[in-house]
Design a protein around this ligand. Structure first.
Ligand code: ZN
Length: 429
């Protein structure tokens, strides 16, 4: 269905430059019928702009409301949603075997998969995540159902059929042949759906799940079809040691680099224990990190020094990492990212922790860049697709500036404060 041109009028906030929040108090954004942003300006320019538009729908925000870019969740295990809030008594490797793999196995049942995946997409959209990069499971059919849920509810998404051939229960691994052929079939079937918002992403679970040969084949597939890649890196000390043992003393990032998996379309979750040379390597390859502060805390994985990554030139986005993390909301991830960075600063001299505006950048432009979508979404630059949220701060007892509203929205808000959500110009909440 063709959409009408929309004119949003009110307080507008977005990051027009790295780590810089631009505010338009009483500004406007015009979105054309294809969902693209065609004008952004101050109110004084509105009348002359309207004269050129023909018919349009006007959305007027009140003084306690804010128009901002939609949030990008760069790391989310959709099948683990039933376990959100459960199982935080074990560290990563035990947690995977005890709670996570037994749950993921159940997605051979496509009815169960459909029920959970519909709930996940509805919940993340309601929380303002206009783009999510999802891990599914090993199962081809149910992974496609996750893609169908994103298409049905209008979310922008990457869907990864997970690859895993070892270090898991015998009834929850694929053979090396199957993991490659199923991945190729998954990619072809998803691309055939011809939904430009929902794309496949190559998803080796982590370095311990596959051998060098299979990792290399996945790197070749990503290269051949020009696909994004997602995985995990250096989440937990025991995991890092096992990687060193398994791959003859290669560093974790070197394993991925050797297998063509470190690209400018790769996002790696956690990155807590990277060495300086690995950080340099990620920066050199323009590979991004998904910072998942809730999961790092819940699984007692460690404190990620995001400022160090950023200083070295590594791009960072935020991830909820359900169900290592408990919350489906990137607003919660923003608050936790500020908290963790502040905790890191307590142990360091002259350390300037992430602030509320920094994490707003990570949640929008940082995430867009991590998924190589920064030319399409992440802010309100003219020509980009309009992925946006209308947020509201309740109980304002006196007038606030747009920047104050943004602070209050991030610190005190949840999905009840996310009033409207748009993906490519289409209202989805
Ligand atoms: Zn994860």
């Amino acid at each position: 269905m063709v959409q009408r041109t929309k004119v949003f009028v009110g307080n507008i906030v977005h990051c027009n430059k790295p780590f810089t929040v631009q505010t338009l108090e009483k500004g406007f954004v015009v979105v054309n019928e294809k969902g693209k942003i065609i004008a952004v300006d101050n109110l004084s320019a509105l009348d002359s702009c309207k004269d050129k538009l023909g018919s349009f729908e006007e959305i007027l925000l009140n003084d306690n409301q804010l128009l901002m870019p939609g949030f990008v969740d760069t790391h989310f295990h959709a099948p683990q949603y039933p376990n959100a809030g459960l199982g935080y008594d074990k560290p990563l490797l035990d947690w995977l075997q005890t709670y996570t793999y037994p749950l993921e196995k159940k997605y051979s049942d496509t009815e169960f998969a459909k029920t959970v995946y519909d709930a996940v997409v509805k919940r993340t959209l309601a929380a303002g995540s206009t783009t999510v990069s999802y891990f599914a499971t090993l199962h081809l059919d149910s992974s496609l159902l996750l893609a169908e849920a994103a298409i049905k509810f209008g979310q922008r998404a990457f869907i990864g059929k997970v690859n895993m051939t070892e270090l898991a229960p015998p009834d929850y691994v694929e053979s090396p042949e199957d993991t490659i052929s199923n991945t190729l079939e998954f990619i072809h079937k998803l691309v055939a759906k011809k939904c430009h918002l929902v794309q496949p992403i190559v998803t080796p679970r982590f370095a311990l799940s596959l051998d060098l040969n299979d990792l290399n084949k996945l790197g070749q597939i990503a290269n051949k079809f020009d696909l994004n890649i997602q995985s995990h890196i250096s989440e937990n000390k025991a995991e890092v040691e096992m990687v060193r043992d398994k791959f003859d003393d290669l560093l974790y990032a070197e394993v991925y680099d050797k297998t063509s998996l470190l690209t400018n379309k790769t996002v790696l979750a956690h990155a807590i224990y990277l060495t300086d040379s690995e950080i340099e390597l990620l920066a050199e390859r323009s590979t991004s990190v998904s910072h998942c502060p809730d999961s790092n805390t819940c699984l007692k994985s460690g404190l990620c020094d995001v400022k160090k990554l950023l200083k070295a030139g590594v791009n960072v986005g935020l991830g909820t990492d359900i169900s290592g993390g408990y919350s489906t909301s990137i607003m919660n991830a923003m608050r936790s990212a500020v908290a963790v960075s502040t905790h890191v600063s307590f142990e360091r001299e002259d350390y300037d922790p992430l602030n509320v505006y920094d994490v707003f950048y990570l949640a929008t432009m940082g995430g867009a860049k991590a998924l190589a979508l920064n030319h399409k979404i992440g802010n309100f630059e003219i020509g980009k697709e309009f992925d946006a949220i209308v947020g509201e701060v309740q109980e304002c007892f006196h007038p606030h500036t747009a920047l104050e509203l943004l602070q209050k929205f991030i610190y005190t808000g949840d999905d009840r404060n996310v009033l409207q959500v748009y993906v490519c110009g289409k209202r989805v909440k």
